[in-house]
Design a protein around this ligand. Sequence first.
Ligand SMILES: Cc1cc2nc3c(=O)[nH]c(=O)nc-3n(C[C@H](O)[C@H](O)[C@H](O)COP(=O)(O)O)c2cc1C
Length: 286
Amino acid sequence: MTGHRPGDGINRWRNASPAVPARDNGSMAEHTQLIDAINIRTSIRSYDPDPIDDDTARQLDMTIDAVNMLADAHIQLVRDQPAVFADANASGHLNNAANYLAVVGPKDDGARERAGFYTERVVLAATLRGLGTCWVGGSWDRSKAARHCRLSAGEELYLGVVIGYPERHFDRMAKSYTELAAMRDAHRESKTYEQFTAPMSDEARAAAPDWFKAGVQAAMKAPSAMNRQPIVFSYNPDDDTAAAMIDPNVESGQALNDLGIAKLHFQIGAGSGTWAWGDGGLFIHR
Ligand SMILES: Cc1cc2nc3c(=O)[nH]c(=O)nc-3n(C[C@H](O)[C@H](O)[C@H](O)COP(=O)(O)O)c2cc1C
């Protein structure tokens, strides 16, 4: 456990009142808040062949540098290495996948949660720039991917995130925020709000504050390995805190990474506040 808490400094990147979802039908260019990114993000598996240009790469690298300092991680953007995805591209599971975020960090469990939290922060920044992403644990050649990374002693490559311009991205960018949000809502199954708050009674759910409900709703939109959604939340009215737990009934080899991702989404949905790291870590809203 490091001295800082998840989200320390993260408000630096946020606009005011992110808990209020934008409701207009305007173009994506008007949508710059992280909550908007959560509302339109889906995993993208088909990409246009266009490379990520230097300017966009520089901007992503700036976000990655800031995130690496907070995360004590070593996330890296690797461009133009389609051989890493040769099998998945050949089978049609992915199309034109060529660039990735290499999720590199120290070999310890806590680091995996932090990596999930902060890499997803980069994913949401990329989404607001019109880029598509897809976390990958299986659909790549990890050892080939590692050859393009800088790995210091004691570090490993945990996971990747494919990144690039989604197929027909100009058409996609021309869609309104409302259309993109509707596409996200329809694109996959999700566990229900009740399942996400399984430790709570119906009465406790009804009495929970709006920030908690908004946090859970944002976490329901988070990516998770094989869409297993292994995280549950509860609200404790005695001390006005939320807790996030890994559901022991869900089998997932990536639960710590998914815990970090879900915590980031919850924090953005809740509007403000910070998490303590770890399974069962508490969220203090302020
Ligand atoms: C840790 C992790 C690993 C993943 N690995 C893969 C993968 O190897 N191949 C793939 O197609 N999708 C992968 N995904 C994407 C999930 O399948 C996807 O997030 C989930 O189905 C929910 O869909 P959504 O991201 O569109 O909301 C992974 C996601 C996470 C968080």
